[in-house]
Design a protein around this ligand. Structure first.
Ligand SMILES: [Zn+2]
Length: 83
């Protein structure tokens, strides 16, 4: 009985963890699904997955939000060049 509770708790933690990571990468649904289906493997996959909200600036290569118009690092207009 204790064993079942342990695994339930374990998967709950994984689910929360993957949802949080998914949220921080702008991909909550995929995050929650990965954590729920794959558990710790899903969490690892998420950690190494591409951040969908941030893109490298074409001028200075620093990570900027994909909706930003100006790069906060080099003040270049980047809107047109980002997808
Ligand atoms: Zn820049």
């Amino acid at each position: 009985m204790d064993n079942i509770l342990f695994w339930l708790g374990f998967y709950l933690v994984m689910l929360v963890l993957s949802t949080v990571i998914g949220y921080s990468k702008g991909n909550v649904v995929a995050g929650a699904l990965l954590g729920y289906v794959l558990g710790p493997i899903g969490v690892l996959l998420l950690l190494f997955s591409k951040d969908r909200r941030m893109l490298p600036c074409p001028e200075c290569a620093s990570k900027i939000h994909r909706h930003s118009y100006f790069c906060p690092q080099c003040q270049q207009k980047v809107f047109k060049r980002l997808k």
